[in-house]
Ligand binder design. Sequence first.
Ligand code: ADP
Ligand code: MG
Length: 374
Amino acid sequence: MISVDVRSVTKAWGETLALDDVSFSVKKGDLVVLLGPSGCGKSTMLRLIAGLDEPASGVIAIEGRDARGLTGSARGVAMVFQSYALFPHLTVADNITFGLSVRGVAKQEAARRLDRIVALLGLEALLHRKPAQLSGGQQQRVALGRALIAEAPVCLLDEPLSNLDAQLRQELRREIRALQQRLGITMIYVTHDQSEAMSMADRVILMRAGHIEQNGAPVELYERPATLFTARFIGGTPMNFLDLDDGPGGAVIAGGDGPALFSDSGRGRVLGLRPEDVTVDRENGHARFHATVTAVEYLGAEAVVTCVMGSRSVLARTRGDGAPPVGALVGLGWDASAEHIFDAESRGRLAIKRGAESRPPQLQTIANQGVTCA
Ligand code: ADP
Ligand code: MG
């Protein structure tokens, strides 16, 4: 069942087109992340779903009903803001239950819900404190409790963790995901942090400049980015992009001396390679691509190795204890299935038909390979 349905929604702020004909739907019980750089329209979208603003055109339906003209509580949505927006003069308990008295929920029922939420969020010891006496993480839990206690079918969160330090963010994102699944609520979660999005979401909607760049499961965005923008935005270490050119046997990496990657034309196309898909081999005699290590960034379990291949830099992720030293001559390799090919002009993904995807790079033949547009 569809819980939130957004159809052709447009919204302008003066001259700025914040949302340009945006459509997506959210399944009941799913956690959907609206992801994208600052200013791409995430908060604007969330505020329209919450009923804090109205779209210029388009329809938003919540639980099957056109939401136009309805307040947030009549729509069945609750929202958590980045700033927490707690009342400084009220205790934790009163902050959490404040909305219930406004909504006319009976005292006994309010107390029952408070007990449950407080236990879920681990706030038992803090009920009588004021917000100023709480840490950032505790304030965030109170803000979350205030949204959850409404028992609204849809919960909206706008960058709820961005004021917290990295470790607490990771801890709370696991908690929020676990709570969302346990309570079976539909959640729309806004963030600019791709790792937060990828680790929490059932679906990620990646936005850019007021439109949707790609909408899919995290694994789809990672494994089959539809555009150069998605390819660049998703992934812990940025994807390598290498311009292709036409060589004697087909597409080659421009400015390099390596063999052809596939038998079709390479000009006007870009090769994308994730650093984690590139292998670095100290024995470079048989390698297809030769490079020199120019930097090693040690991260503990892993290292990010910068290799210069011809005139181009390529990042590779290796085991932390297996990284070659700076100055080493190495062979670079990758599986053909790890190659993402994009059109340099349209910036869209191109599908390559290959006969031998599963073979290791050394054994790969470039015969019988063609390129077709996706
Ligand atoms: P995000 O949350 O993705 O950072 P926003 O939805 O806040 O982006 O903003 C999208 C665009 O709309 C930006 O260009 C922003 O400057 C503009 N905008 C947002 N809210 C307002 C407003 N109340 N008045 C004028 N412009 C706004
Ligand atoms: Mg925002």
